[in-house]
Write a protein that binds this ligand. Structure first.
Ligand code: PHE
Length: 341
């Protein structure tokens, strides 16, 4: 009996000591004394010995059990400590290694110019609208007083989607005038920036896709003086106080009278240089008083309301603002160019 208990103790202590992880420790428990095995057997056998021997055997059995509990606990602690040590080693961070610099992007020069324009108009109480680039010819032409047969509707200038020329890539942001008139309450003060498309070959000043910002005001008693006053203020905010402008008569089907606005050349101050092609002035935008027929087609009474509109080329504005010589730089996304802003 005694030998058996000692044998159990020896076996169990050995397997506990040899256990390399907690699973093996559990295994040792089961192997020598665990559930239904040696341990309960051990106590059962104490009951089998003679009454004289029983107290001593009971004591021994308890001592063996206590030894094993202690050994288990101790080995458990050792293994836990080892495991922790290993994890600390595996997951060690070298906080002395220099970090990776996060490369921040930059705003594109054209969007810097757009943000400036938006800010100016928002400060004057204008709302910024967004509209479809795939547009109905009805909105791009008809409702802007350019009926069938108008030269601007020609297939050689316009990207149509269908053979009956109904759906197209908008060639100007002006259809947003119509969309605003049809959906907004009067009075209206909006700008509408976005992409426009024309069948142009790419060169230093042309691209089949470019950006415009449309602007429009409709209210009672609005005149050409409001148009000039507002646009002069905008130009001074964009290009500095005292920047001179001039308005030349022009033609657009949806404005009457129509004009183009030039700004005095920032390079030569109006004397004439390569930048302004010797003119002294640089063309900036088209504008005019909204044609009464256009107001009427969108359900606004031209006897009560009047308005003005303008369309400005965004690439050109950015090129002038940042003295960029070639339009293609705006679209090529060469980081050496973009990093300069
Ligand atoms: N849509 C005209 C263009 O693309 C510009 C313009 C807009 C002119 C509004 C007058 C009024 O050339």
């Amino acid at each position: 009996m005694k030998e058996q208990l000692e044998a159990i103790r020896k076996c169990a202590l050995e397997s506990i000591g040899a256990a390399q992880d907690t699973a093996a420790l559990e295994g040792g428990r089961v192997g020598c004394r665990g559930g239904g095995g040696e341990r309960s057997g051990m106590l059962k056998r104490v009951g089998e010995v003679s009454p004289e021997e029983r107290p001593a055997m009971g004591q021994l059995a308890n001592a063996v059990r206590a030894d094993l509990e202690q050994a288990l606990e101790q080995r458990g602690r050792e293994l836990d400590a080892q495991a922790l040590e290993q994890r600390l080693k595996d997951e060690a961070l070298d906080i002395t290694i220099p970090g990776k610099r996060v490369k921040l992007g930059r705003r594109h020069p054209m969007y810097i110019a757009l943000d400036e324009i938006k800010e100016i108009f928002i400060s004057m109480g204008f709302t910024v609208l967004d509209g479809p680039e795939v547009e109905l010819a009805e909105y791009n032409f008809d409702k802007l007083n350019a009926p069938e047969g108008h030269p601007s509707r020609d297939w050689s200038d316009t990207f149509y989607f269908d053979s009956d020329s109904r759906v197209m890539l908008r060639s100007q942001t002006s259809p947003m005038q119509v969309r605003a008139m049809e959906t907004m309450e009067l009075p209206i003060r909006i700008i509408a920036p976005g992409r426009v498309y024309r069948k142009d070959e790419v060169d230093a000043t042309h691209s089949p896709m470019f950006h415009q910002v449309e602007g429009m005001v409709i209210d009672k008693g609005v005149t050409m003086a409001d148009l000039k006053g507002t646009l002069n203020t905008v130009v001074e905010m964009l290009y500095g106080k005292g920047t001179k402008t001039r308005f030349r008569p022009h033609h657009f089907p949806f404005t009457e009278p129509s004009c183009e606005m030039d700004v005095q050349c920032h390079k030569c101050g109006g004397v004439g240089c390569p930048t302004c092609k010797g003119e002294g002035w640089i063309e900036l935008l088209g504008a005019g008083m909204i044609h009464p027929k256009v107001l009427q087609m969108s359900g606004i009474d031209p006897e009560v309301y009047s308005g003005w509109a303008f369309g400005i080329g965004l690439e050109r504005t950015a090129m002038r603002r940042f003295k960029i010589a070639d339009l293609r730089l705006i679209f090529e996304n060469d980081v050496r160019f973009l990093e300069q802003f």
